[in-house]
Structure formats: structure tokens, C-alpha cells
Design a protein around this ligand. Structure first.
Ligand code: PEP
Ligand code: MN
Length: 281
């Protein structure tokens, strides 16, 4: 049964014939799929000075790229919805100052054209993994897509969602495990590292892990980030803020700057013990 699913995952079912997923996907100049690549930043972008402070700090700690939500899909319509297009100029400025590539979520096909000017990789969030209209539009672009697993998706559904992007002609796809909803409630999500190891063993896709959403608990982010590296992930997406208690979203699962720096040191030691390298800029 596993064989069948694996074969289906790479069946040349795209309109372009035999297009296969890239093994290594470049986000800006950063290769994802070889050495261990860490992308860090706030859940939501807030101000330019705050993002620059975070970017400089995570760069110093050897993150190779930045994350930060512009359009936020929140459970409550009353919660902070993000700066949206108002964040474009602050993103451009921080990218110019740090030379770091930037990943951010696209929540609507109508954002793609403008967002492509500031993002180096489109993130598809967990809530949109099943949004096939969005996936098809991203298949028409040349930019990398970071496809998060829906919190209710089986691995097979997640891989098939990636095939929608591939079928349009875009082979630049990175999968991202971010936890699934189970009967367990002490954590926000159940971080499925089985899936990370399975994807690496059975598909060509690079896969990164998001222990921030995967746990939803700040104190668990460090151990589960290390566990993701041990499970064979190609990198991490991780939420960092100088003052997590006052972050506009997801502060309870966000590391502060020194927690992130400590994690990065431990990560490098762990990777080296596994004959792997932490990617540095
Ligand atoms: C995020 O990365 O901030 C986010 C909203 O992630 P997810 O779609 O996994 O919930
Ligand atoms: Mn978040």
C-alpha cells in the first residue's frame, strides 16, 4: 500500500508530462534540501524596527532566511489580521539591509502578483492546503512554494496537494510539517515527525518542520526542533520575537532572541554528530 502511494506521489500526472519535484529548492540564494536551513521571524509582521531587530539577531544566530506573516488567517475575525499590503515597504527595507530571503503566506490568489515582488517563497498555510484554486495559481508561478500540511490532512492528501502545484509546471515545492489535530489537548497540535521521516524516505520533496505551530508551547519548541533535525528534516520554520508576551499573534509558542540563539548552538552540535551541517549565510 505504501508503494502505491509512493508511486502515485511522483506519477508524471502533470500537464507538462514528466515533471518531477526538485530535490533542492532555492529560496533566494538559499538551497533547501541539502544542509540544514533555518528560517526564523515573527508570526506576524508588526513594525519595520521590530522586524529589523529580529532579522539582525536571527542572522547573527545563523538563520539563513526570514519568515513573517502579512495576511494572517485567524480563528476569530476580531483577532489581528496582519498588516497585509501595508507591510510591503518594511519587508523590502529589511531584506535590503540584511540580504536575507523572505517567506510569507499567500492567502488569496489575487495577492500573488504583488506579493511575488517581496517574497522569495510563497507559504501556503495549513488552513489553505486544500485550496486547490490557490494551489493551481501557484503552479503557474516560478517561485518556490512552502506547502504546510493541513492540520487534518493525511500524508497522502498533503503530497497530492503538492501535485496540484507540480501539475501547473512549478517543481519548486517544499513541504512543511506543522502539527496535526489529534485527541491530545495538552499541546496545540501533535507534531508528526513520523511524517517528516516518511516524506524523506519515500518522496523527492525537501521537507522542513515548524515546531512552533507543531507544539504551540514555547518550552517544547527547542526539544522538538532538535527532534525534527534528528528525524531528517531539511530545516526549520520557527517563530521568534524579542518580546513574545507582547507579540501580536502566537506569542505563547514564540522563542525570544536568546532562546533562539541557544537552540541554534545545540542544533549545530546535534547535526554535526549526525554528519550533517547547519547551513550558514
Ligand atoms: C504561520 O506560519 O504563522 C501559520 C499561520 O501557520 P499555519 O498555517 O501552520 O497555522
Ligand atoms: Mn503563527
Amino acid at each position: 500500500m505504501m508503494e502505491t502511494m509512493t508511486e502515485k506521489a511522483f506519477a508524471p500526472n502533470s500537464s507538462k508530462g514528466s515533471l518531477r519535484p526538485a530535490n533542492v529548492v532555492h529560496i533566494g540564494k538559499i538551497p533547501v534540501g541539502k544542509d540544514f536551513a533555518v528560517f526564523a521571524g515573527p508570526c506576524s509582521l508588526e513594525t519595520e524596527s521590530l522586524f529589523l531587530e529580529i532579522a539582525n539577531s536571527v542572522k547573527q544566530s545563523n538563520a539563513v532566511g526570514l519568515r513573517g506573516g502579512m495576511w494572517k488567517l485567524r480563528t476569530s475575525p476580531d483577532a489581528f489580521q496582519g498588516l497585509g499590503g501595508d507591510a510591503f515597504s518594511l519587508v523590502q527595507s529589511v531584506k535590503n539591509k540584511t540580504a536575507m530571503p523572505f517567506v510569507s503566506e499567500v492567502t488569496d490568489p489575487r495577492q500573488i502578483e504583488n506579493l511575488a515582488e517581496v517574497v522569495d517563497c510563497f507559504q501556503v498555510g495549513s488552513r489553505n492546503m486544500y485550496n486547490y484554486a490557490l494551489l493551481k495559481e501557484l503552479g503557474q508561478t516560478k517561485k518556490p512554494v512552502l506547502l504546510k500540511r493541513a492540520f487534518s490532512a493525511k500524508v497522502d492528501e498533503w503530497v497530492k496537494a503538492a501535485e496540484y502545484i507540480l501539475a501547473g509546471g512549478n517543481d519548486q515545492i517544499i513541504l512543511c510539517e506543522r502539527g496535526i489535530r489529534t485527541f491530545e489537548t495538552v499541546t496545540r497540535n501533535t507534531f508528526d515527525l513520523n511524517a517528516v521521516a516518511w516524506i524523506k524516505a519515500n518522496t523527492p520533496f525537501p521537507v522542513i518542520a515548524d515546531p512552533s505551530h507543531g507544539t504551540g508551547v514555547r518550552s517544547l519548541v527547542r526539544p522538538m526542533a532538535l527532534a525534527a533535525a534528528a528525524a531528517g528534516a531539511d530545516g526549520l520554520l520557527i517563530e521568534v520575537h524579542p518580546d513574545p508576551a507582547n507579540a501580536k499573534s502566537d506569542g505563547y509558542q514564540t522563542l525570544n532572541l536568546s532562546e533562539f540563539s541557544n537552540l541554534m548552538k545545540q542544533l549545530e552540535g546535534l547535526l554535526n554528530s549526525l554528519d550533517r551541517q547547519l547551513l550558514k549565510m
